[in-house]
Design a protein around this ligand. Structure first.
Ligand code: BGC
Length: 765
């Protein structure tokens, strides 16, 4: 697995700092300095116009465009939806004495950008040296409010260092942004206007008629003069500033954006809603928004910080991960999901995958259960699409899409969209996990069970019985390991389906007992029959789980053990990533795997497998895994830690928290690996912390990496907040707030309260 860090940014516990500008790395930095608040996101692009390499990305969760795709065989998708690049609400141009500032051509010095995790503010500073000898210090700040989803703020400060004179600034809203991947401008302005100092524009997308209201208000120095300017797809102000030597002139822009996906509403109606909101927040100024932002983040760090003593790189890395996870999603806006790149780039088209339930959900369950529930709500809300999709595939029940922005399938590779069945079982697993850890049975009964029944129907109609084995299983599928195509009885899919059937049946029995009338109502509404329940039980009981008794190794799918072997270490470094260097079909001819498949279910259902079984399967599959997915190393790290391979666990962990900060995969320029960032959190908590949450009770088997002196993390569990602290001698677990809880540490049960428990650190594995 040839991955090498590209160390560039300064290491700091609470900030990302870039000192000096490297145009070659600008796009990488734009991704890293992204801001977001789950509703909207902006890359750290240069707002005053930049002629160098840039991706001017401004995204709104759930706003999408659409295009026709593919050969029209039945079941293969016909249209593909993707997150569309939105309004440039930071648009600025700065001109002094006929020279317009452009970092691509201008002379400048003292460049520094910062992303401050405590303030939630991105800033950039530099000194611009004009051709005529004048120098001016420019400072740009921006924030996207974590409290008011629609609010974005921008501050620009000009400080002339050796002159007094005029500067001209254009500030406004630009709807002429290009969607780079499609090389197309999707937005058309349908209305613009102003009212009491608020200037606004309503844009509409070309095909989907999604709308975006964007407005701004300026806070300018008293002496500034400004006139409105309006052009095609642009509304703004032309501002004249009188600068005085050594004195900073401050311009603030307060923006309200409102995204709309209700085509039935008139432009006037959407406009009025936006204007009302803009008026409501007209009293907000930059300072008050910044203070509010800082308070929000103080509370996040109070609640979710992971502290690592002895490893400054990973300390910064994990805080960056937590910061980005909160920015991407925190459950304030129903109906959103987490794209594989969050709101930081066009790659993966803003689509959400099984990553949400399998990799991200644990972070939210144990930090922000409301957000976890909200993610599961997305699947409930999009159930009608999943029911439709199952029909397209000649099946029953609900088939959840492998990649989606709005609940419809948007993966244009049929190999994935038709053969990968593992989102449904991930949703079922996520539900079970969430309910077991939070006790939220109400959600399970009100919405969860309906999803489980429809998911079960799909898996009961998609599977078949093997002629010889007489066992039930799934034929013509692709498991999480995307290097094995159209296989039979993928062990992960079969095992997860078996568990899903069992959980559905258990929930049915429980609800029948707990709330008979409500259950009867649900059962009638869905037409649930006794025969169906018996059928699911039969299929679960007779599910084929490919397994070799002699070695104790689960076979990834029928025939995997007989596939040609390839020594993955013999592949030249220059051939990675294989997707770019190997013919597509060549990937599928070996016993080489892209990412954990058997090991994934051994992690998810950890309690059901012995250490010996984990060891045997880890040794077998680790030797065959090339980790071409960034989701992969953390799972291997977690298992390595569990079986006592501490060094190996740390080796895999090295890519986790700093995957983007050190651009390990050399593709951070396209956006952040947001869902892998969630895996980094799991890597610490489940890996070194040894936490397991697949049973009814939390377990911990903590260990500590060689180079760390101490680390600690908080866990919210059943309404109680626990603090877990591990140093080289001891493990301390205590209740920070809430009732005492029962947990298991190193195989012993304890009731933990505020005083906590202190145990000696044990050797794990
Ligand atoms: C991985 C998938 C994942 C997707 C989005 C792919 O490379 O193989 O497991 O869902 O990326 O992160």
């Amino acid at each position: 697995m040839p991955k090498i860090a590209d160390k560039y940014l300064a290491v700091d516990p609470w900030k990302i700092i870039e000192e000096g500008f490297d145009p070659e790395r600008n796009r990488v930095s734009e991704s890293i300095f992204s801001l977001g608040n789950e509703y909207m996101g902006v890359r750290g692009y240069v707002e005053e116009g930049y002629s160098g390499d840039t991706l001017l990305g401004s995204y709104f969760n759930g706003l999408f465009e659409e295009s026709e795709v593919g050969a029209h065989y039945k079941g293969i998708i016909r249209s593909l939806r993707f997150m569309v690049n939105g309004v440039d609400w930071l648009y600025t141009r700065i001109t002094i004495d006929d020279e317009t500032f452009d970092m691509g051509t201008a002379a400048f010095s003292d460049f520094r950008r910062e992303l401050d995790f405590k303030r939630g503010i991105y800033s950039r500073q530099l000194v611009w040296h004009l051709r005529n000898g004048k120098s001016v210090q420019l400072t740009f700040e921006r924030l996207i409010s974590m409290r008011v989803s629609n609010l974005g703020c921008q501050r620009i400060v000009l400080k002339p260092l050796n002159f007094s004179g005029a500067a001209r600034i254009i500030a406004g809203l630009d709807f002429s942004t290009i969607h780079e991947d499609r090389n197309f401008r999707y937005w058309e302005s349908v209305k613009q206007g102003s009212k009491q100092g608020i200037s606004a524009m309503l844009g509409q997308t070309a095909n989907t008629r999604n709308r975006l209201f964007s407005s701004y208000r300026l806070d300018l120095p008293k002496t500034a003069e400004s006139v409105p300017v309006s052009e095609y797809n642009f509304t703004g102000h032309d501002i004249l500033l009188e600068l005085k030597k050594g004195e900073p002139a401050v311009l603030d822009k307060l923006v309200i954006n409102v995204a709309n996906k209700e085509p039935e509403r008139s432009h006037e109606d959407v406009w009025d809603e936006g204007m009302k909101l803009a008026e409501r927040y007209a009293g907000v100024n930059y300072e008050s928004a910044a203070e509010e932002q800082e308070r929000y983040w103080a509370q996040v760090w109070e609640h979710s910080d992971i502290v690592i003593d002895g490893d400054p790189d990973n300390q910064q890395g994990i805080r960056f991960c937590i910061f980005q996870l909160y920015q991407t999603y925190h459950g304030d806006n129903p109906g959103f999901n987490i794209g594989a790149k969050g709101l930081t780039g066009e790659a993966y088209r803003g689509l959400a995958f099984w990553d949400t339930e399998s990799y991200c959900l644990p972070f939210y369950i144990f930090n922000n259960p409301k957000a976890a529930r909200s993610l599961l709500e997305f699947r409930y809300k999009t159930l009608p699409h999943a029911l439709e999709r199952a029909k397209e595939l000649d099946c029953e029940g609900a088939f959840y899409p492998i990649a989606t922005i709005d609940g419809t399938e948007s993966c244009d590779l049929w190999q994935h969209s038709n053969l990968q069945l593992h989102v449904g079982t991930a949703v079922a697993y996520g539900l079970r996990h969430y309910v077991n850890m939070t006790g939220d049975k109400a959600f399970l009964y009100e919405k969860g069970l309906e999803m489980l029944i429809q998911i079960s129907r799909f898996y009961a109609s998609r599977g078949q019985w093997g002629q010889k084995s007489g066992k039930y299983g799934y034929f013509g599928v692709m498991g999480p390991d995307e290097f094995q195509l159209m296989v039979n009885n993928n062990c992960y899919i079969n095992l997860m389906a078996k568990k899903m059937f069992e959980f559905t049946l258990q929930t049915i029995a429980e609800m029948e007992e707990a709330d008979r009338p409500a259950f009867a109502g649900l059962s009638d509404r869905l037409g649930l029959t006794v025969q169906e329940r018996l059928d699911w039980k039969n299929k679960a009981d007779n599910m084929k789980i490919p397994y070799d008794e002699e070695t104790g190794i689960y076979e990834e799918h029928d025939g995997f053990f007989d596939m040609p072997h390839l020594d993955i270490h013999s592949i030249p470094v220059t051939e990675f990533p294989l997707y770019s260097h190997w013919s597509y079909d060549r990937l599928y001819r070996y016993d080489m795997i892209k990412q954990p498949d058997v090991l994934m279910f051994m992690f998810l259902y950890s309690g059901e497998f012995s250490l010996e079984a984990k060891r045997a399967n880890y040794d077998y599959y680790e030797a065959r895994c090339i980790h071409e997915s960034s989701l992969s190393p953390s799972i291997h790290s977690i298992l390595a830690a569990e079986i006592g391979r501490q060094e190996e666990a740390y080796k895999f962990f090295e890519f986790a928290t700093r995957l983007d900060l050190d651009n390990y995969n050399r593709n951070t320029r396209e956006g952040l690996h947001t869902t892998s960032i969630a895996a980094a959190w799991m890597n610490i908590v489940y890996g070194f912390g040894g936490m397991r949450s697949d049973g009814d009770k939390l377990l911990f088997n903590p260990s500590i990496p060689e180079r760390w002196n101490q680390y600690s993390f908080p866990i919210t569990y059943g309404g109680t907040q626990l603090a877990v602290e591990v140093d080289r001698q001891q493990v301390k677990i205590s209740v920070r707030s809430g009732d005492p809880v029962e947990i298991n540490v190193y195989g012993q049960d304890y009731i933990v309260g505020p005083a906590g428990i202190e145990l000696s650190l044990e050797k794990v594995g």
